[in-house]
Design a protein around this ligand. Structure first.
Ligand code: ADP
Length: 895
């Protein structure tokens, strides 16, 4: 078998392994076994996506051409990690408390949740990253080609465009599979991170292996190699101070602002304390990565023929020595570097594109869409998937367009310089309360334009985007506007030139415009939140509730977070507020929490827009403005405490009022019931008496009448008994005198039995079953549980007023709990009556025909209480919905 075929086989096996690792990590995360996944080591390793193929191969090439300069790319991040980890901690804390999903989200969220900023940052990120993705594709194809060259049988296989296309498609598949499995509310991708950690180990191991081979296998040991280095040009290289400073600054900035770095550093961070480990472990990783760069470059220059590309030395040196397995390892190292970068970059960019461009457009088109129709989650997921495919397609197109040629080699730094334009807005955002939206926009705009004009466009060469004449003499012959010699400063390195002008003018414009313009209230609020994140990670103010319809919010939240998560969130909030059921009061606190939870899925700006849609207002209130007027954070804290207190008082008063109303209603209903029950008792009694008198006195009754009258007496007697039975049952349950008959049984059988005994399916009520499988077994009082089910099914039969009535029975298993939902498609129960229906004698409307006394649900509630479970009304499901939950195994000791 040819070398290339082996390589392809190894490659495919490796990719398959990545899939398996990612898959297993996802599964472990789903089962809550995350100790491993959440270790600081994995976090540190995931940061290594900083070292892309550009550094894996390129560092050696760079060393061969420009001596020690390659080190600058490692010094920047090292300085950040070692010297500034407290700053990183702040960034991570902000990211966590504000549920930030990307760098675009952070900047937009900080400056008043501005959609415009989000779109702008997203676009710069896409423009800056696409060439970088192309660069990774190129590196994989180049290294592939190096193998193909030594394998004469495989020449026709080595079509580099096809290789790049396959790689891009494979990466898109991986990223779609593991980057958009579900809409994680906090945007963590355990599978992807685990796979990347593995790749980090592979690339480090590969580079070290090649290094060891070069030093001890070819160089003749440490001292000999050192001697060679001394003798080579690298030993005598001059350090260009200006360029070194610029490159260190640039790489430090890019380390924070590259979308993919932001993704692993901030978004995927599980625990702030991981930074503590990463602050020394990551620089160590970088140090080992750079340890053998110079030896490989020097020995490579010695042993390789004149004109060999030093960018490929890591691969070609072992190949030229016949070390095929080592070369293969080295190939896998480069492959890992390239793929991990592309995967994370694609996730980061697609999140931005989808949250800040696609979703807002969709929201505009589907007006009120979050509340009315469809499952928003699937829209988000689909848009993410398409965005991922789009990002990779763009990378591939760029690779094809640029011809995969020399223009790509300088792309790494160009890309760094592009995203570095986010730095002033980012830093200002978390350290300077006075910075604002106008400043951020002006700064980034200026920086971006200078970057594009002086570095990006000229990098394509004269005549492609910028005419040769313009490059030489400036536009219209204006000399000081020459792209590579702005303001008349000639002769400095193009990268330094761009960094100098773009960063200083960007910062200047940012500061100036921030000072000159007045921030919006929302920005002031967010500013205080971001800058003082350590003082109050608590209550940002933004909403004051009361107006919002809790049920509408629930409907929306379910569509975005998924029913389970939304219900759990609402229920928790309700419990915290001292309420039962699933509908908390829409307090500012709760709305803020909800908004943050939503922004984990759709970004801050979109989440804000969605909540505004329901709240019916898009701006902040007078109270918020007053709060803003309090400049100092302490004042804000104090006033927010007062506000919270007064909100709490109002809420308590409201709860008392509600309790009082409930009592009055119950007492009224009881009176009504007493009169009703005497009425109900009297009616059958009267007819029983009347007909039995007829039977007693009438001698000449024919057989037919006799049967009819005695039948009426019988029916009425049954009705009476049923009523008395219910009352008796309830009183027994309430007094706790019941004895339970615990048995094991299948849930499916129980449901079927309940359906059969109500005759529901023959009565025109369609039954839809979800999640009912025959392997769900529970241990409880089956007869009592059946009684509850029968009551709920019978209620749907009686009260569901849809044209085409349907009852959905849905079973969910969750940590030893069984949840059975009964959802019909009728008009449901109005919010104010949802609590009441479980009270004795309560009936929402006077369903004379139905003939119930309002005892059914009260009995259900008592039964569920005895069974250690609960029954509750589940709002926001379209029709009437009742949720029965019970432990799968009833603990007898509780009895
Ligand atoms: P009843 O014996 O009157 O059926 P329940 O306690 O079972 O008493 O129900 C209380 C009230 O709740 C009913 O009178 C009815 O108004 C309302 N209700 C119960 N289930 C439904 C449903 N599926 N759809 C609409 N209303 C319902």
């Amino acid at each position: 078998m040819g070398a290339l075929n082996v390589l392809i086989a190894v490659c495919l096996t490796y990719v398959a392994m990545l899939f398996v690792v990612a898959f297993m990590a996802e599964r472990a995360a789903l089962r809550g076994r995350t100790t491993w996944l959440r270790s600081p080591l994995v976090y540190t390793l995931s940061l290594s996506i900083y070292c892309t193929a550009w550094t894996f191969y390129g560092a050696v090439g760079n060393a061969a051409r420009s001596g020690m300069e390659f080190v600058t790319i490692y010094i920047g991040p090292t300085l950040v990690m070692l010297g500034w980890w407290w700053g990183l901690r702040k960034l991570v804390r902000v990211g966590r408390t504000q549920r930030i999903t990307s760098i675009a989200d952070l900047i937009s969220s900080r400056y008043g949740k501005s959609p415009l900023l989000a779109v702008f940052v997203t676009m710069i990120a896409v423009i800056g990253t696409t060439p970088y993705i192309a660069l990774q594709l190129q590196s994989v194809t180049l290294s592939f080609a190096s193998f193909a060259r030594i394998d004469p049988q495989a020449v026709q296989l080595a079509d580099s465009d096809a290789t790049a296309l396959w790689v891009a498609a494979g990466l898109a598949l991986f990223t779609v599979l593991f980057g958009t499995r579900n809409l994680d509310a906090n945007e963590r991708h355990h599978g992807v991170v685990m796979a990347i950690a593995l790749e980090a180990v592979v690339k480090l191991f590969a580079l070290v292996a090649v290094g060891v081979f070069v030093v001890w296998g070819l160089g003749g040991g440490v001292s000999e190699t050192l001697a060679r280095i001394d003798a080579s040009d690298i030993g005598t290289w001059q350090v260009d101070n200006g360029r070194w400073t610029a490159l260190i600054l640039l790489s430090a900035a890019a380390f924070l602002t590259l979308p993919r770095m932001f993704q692993v550093l901030v978004v995927e961070n599980e625990d702030e304390n991981h930074l503590r480990t990463a602050s020394w472990a990551f620089p160590t990783y970088l140090m080992i990565m750079s340890l053998f760069v110079v030896p490989i470059a020097v020995v490579g220059l010695d042993v390789m023929p004149e004109g060999a590309n030093p960018d490929q030395f890591v691969l070609t040196v072992p190949l030229s020595q016949g070390q095929q397995s080592l070369a293969m390892l080295s190939f896998l190292g480069g492959f890992s570097s390239a793929t991990s970068m592309v995967i994370v970059a694609a996730i980061a960019l697609s999140t931005m594109v989808s949250n800040h461009i696609v979703m807002p457009i969709w929201l505009k088109i589907a007006k009120g869409g979050a509340v009315i129709s469809g499952d928003v989650r699937s829209v988000v997921l689909v848009s993410r998937r398409f965005s991922i495919a789009g990002v990779l397609a763009l990378g591939y197109a760029y690779y094809r367009f640029s011809g995969g040629g020399a223009a790509l080699t300088s792309i790494g730094l160009i890309s760094f310089a592009g995203v570095a334009q986010f730095l002033p807005a980012l830093m200002g955002g978390i350290f300077w309360r006075g910075s604002n939206h106008t400043g951020a926009l002006a700064g980034m705009l200026v920086g971006f334009l200078i970057w594009a004009y002086s570095l990006l466009l000229p990098s394509f060469g004269p005549g492609v985007f910028l005419p040769a004449g313009l490059l030489e003499h400036g536009p219209f012959g204006i000399g000081w506007l020459k792209p590579q010699a702005l303001f008349g400063i000639e002769g400095i390195d193009p990268v330094v030139h761009t960094v100098l002008w773009s960063m200083s003018l960007n910062t200047g414009a940012f500061v100036l415009f921030s000072i000159l313009s007045f921030p919006q209230p929302m920005e002031r609020l967010q500013g205080a939140q971001f800058v003082n994140v350590f003082q109050h990670s608590g209550n940002p103010q933004g909403w004051s509730g009361g107006l919002a319809q809790a049920e509408d919010l629930m409907v929306m939240a379910q569509r975005i977070l998924g029913p389970d998560e939304a219900q759990a969130l609402f229920q928790r909030a309700a419990v915290e507020q001292g309420l039962g059921g699933y509908l908390p009061d829409p307090t500012p606190d709760f709305l803020q929490k909800l908004e943050r939870e939503l922004s984990g899925s759709v970004g801050a700006a979109t989440a804000h827009a969605m909540v505004s849609q329901i709240m019916g207002r898009a701006t902040v209130s007078v109270e918020d403005l007053l709060a803003v007027a309090d400049e100092t954070a302490q004042m804000m804290e104090y006033s927010s405490q007062l506000e919270a207190k007064s909100a709490e008082l109002t809420r308590t008063a409201r709860q008392l009022r509600a309790a009082n109303e409930k009592l009055t209603q119950i007492s009224l209903q009881k009176d009504a019931f007493l009169s009703q029950i005497s009425h109900e008792l009297r009616t059958p009694m009267t007819s029983i008496r009347a007909f039995s008198e007829i039977l007693r006195d009438g001698d000449d009754l024919d057989q037919g009448l006799l049967a009819k009258y005695s039948d009426i007496i019988h029916q009425e007697a049954i009705r009476l008994t049923r009523l008395l039975d219910d009352l008796l049952d309830l009183s027994v349950l309430e007094n706790g005198q019941v004895s339970l008959n615990i048995r094991e049984g299948s849930l499916q059988d129980l449901i079927n039995q309940a359906l059969a005994s109500t005759g529901a399916e023959n009565s025109g009520l369609r039954i839809r079953r979800i999640g009912i499988s025959d392997d769900i077994v529970m241990e409880t009082d089956l007869d009592r549980l059946a009684q509850v089910f029968i009551n709920l099914i019978a209620n749907a039969q009686k009260y569901c007023d849809a044209q085409d009535p349907e009852l959905t029975i849905r079973v969910i298993e969750r940590d030893n709990y069984l949840i059975v939902d009964f959802v019909d498609n009728g008009s449901g129960i109005p919010a104010q009556a949802q609590d009441m229906v479980f009270e004795k004698f309560s009936r929402v409307s006077d369903h004379k025909a139905a003939g119930g006394a309002g005892l059914g649900l009260a009995i259900c509630r008592e039964i569920m209480l005895r069974l250690g479970g609960a029954i509750a009304y589940l709002p926001g499901q379209g029709g009437a919905a009742f949720r029965v939950s019970l432990p799968a195994k009833l603990k007898l000791a509780a009895q």
